[in-house]
Design a protein around this ligand. Structure first.
Ligand code: ADP
Ligand code: MG
Length: 271
């Protein structure tokens, strides 16, 4: 089920991806593709393989077997990274649960660092940037609603604000694809809502392809039309979120379903 514009273009294609750690399978013959401009959720309980899969998409991790293609170019094939992996990776922004900002740097500097792959290393080390780069970074901060905090240290911001800075960094990088690994798992409900809405707006208005792992099914139902559900490293569901109802979840996860259902403020996210 593909809903956005540029439908013919495939942003990410995963074929027969398999990965083990110490002979224990973390990903088992994973196959799926994501159209350019699509926004999909990767759902699964802890340990189901979400992080491993996301890190394989941009070649941060290598699989044992299988292929990952980014806009038709294989970034990894059977555990070998493409010689141009850096260039391919520069098209993909990565957002982590713990924000991964450099605390001692300002918010603005953190966003500028998102441009690292495109600027000479000496300049980046000296943290010296052109006026144009700074303006670009400020525009990215304005886009995510954090402009007023540009000159504060990253550590002075709340978790939700830091996550929005991480998103601004992806924009600065010029990412066409955002991979987000549990981006709201450390946030309060209100901050989580803002981050999810921001990702949705960037998807809808800028056509950025978004692949987000989540383990809260209410969030998935509220913000996504398509979900890929993993269990024990296997794709157990790939389709419309509407089909992933409680019955289906129970069929896939059994008693582990409980981990996927957010308690407490669930009512805020039931549509
Ligand atoms: P999720 O993100 O869904 O919680 P992960 O991708 O982190 O799942 O983990 C999938 C499986 O791979 C788990 O069994 C986990 O213990 C294992 N695993 C992940 N990373 C490593 C690693 N670096 N070394 C050993 N085992 C790992
Ligand atoms: Mg994880």
């Amino acid at each position: 089920m593909v809903l956005q514009n540029s439908l013919e273009v495939t942003a990410v294609e995963v074929k027969h991806l398999t990965k083990s750690f110490n002979k224990i399978a973390a990903l088992r013959n994973i196959n799926f593709s994501v159209a350019d401009g699509e926004m999909i959720a990767l759902v699964g309980a802890s340990g189901s393989g979400k992080s491993t899969l996301l890190r394989n998409l941009n070649g941060l991790h290598k699989a044992d077997q299988g292929i990952v293609e980014i806009y038709g170019t294989p970034i990894q094939v059977n555990g070998s990274l493409h010689s141009n992996v850096r260039k391919l990776r520069s098209q993909m922004g990565f957002i982590f649960q713990q924000f991964n900002l450099v605390n001692r740097l300002t918010v603005l500097e953190n966003v500028l660092v998102g441009n690292l792959s495109r600027i000479p290393s000496l300049r980046s080390t000296l943290r010296w940037f052109t006026q144009q780069e700074k303006e670009q970074a400020l525009a990215a901060l304005e886009r995510v609603g954090i402009l007023q905090h540009a000159y504060k240290r990253a550590s002075a911001l709340s978790g939700g604000q830091q996550q929005r800075v991480a998103i601004a960094r992806c924009l600065m990088q010029g990412a066409h694809i955002i991979l987000a690994d549990e981006p709201i798992a450390s946030l309060d409900p209100e901050s989580a809502r803002k981050v999810m809405e921001l990702l949705t707006v960037l998807n809808q208005e800028q056509g950025i392809t978004v692949i987000t792992s989540l383990h809260q099914v209410q969030m998935v139902r509220h913000y996504f039309k398509r979900a890929v559900a993993l269990r024990d490293g296997e794709v157990r569901f790939d389709g419309e979120v509407a089909v992933l109802d409680d019955f289906k979840l129970n069929e896939i996860y059994g008693t582990a379903t409980e981990e996927l259902v957010l308690k407490g403020h669930a009512e805020a996210f039931t549509s």
